[in-house]
Design a protein around this ligand. Sequence first.
Ligand SMILES: [Zn+2]
Length: 59
Amino acid sequence: MSDCPNCGKLAVKRHRPFCSERCANADLARWFEGRYRIPTDEAPTVHQGGGDPALDEEC
Ligand SMILES: [Zn+2]
């Protein structure tokens, strides 16, 4: 038997390796967050806010 990685309680079969759905979700969320926070080589596009003047004046 293993312990819940989230809170250390005894894991249950249904939510292995977690003790409950709550812990499973919490860990999943954390995993996702960590994944999204990984910096990528691509810089985020900063098109928002400034707008593209060239688009409006084209005519
Ligand atoms: Zn737990």
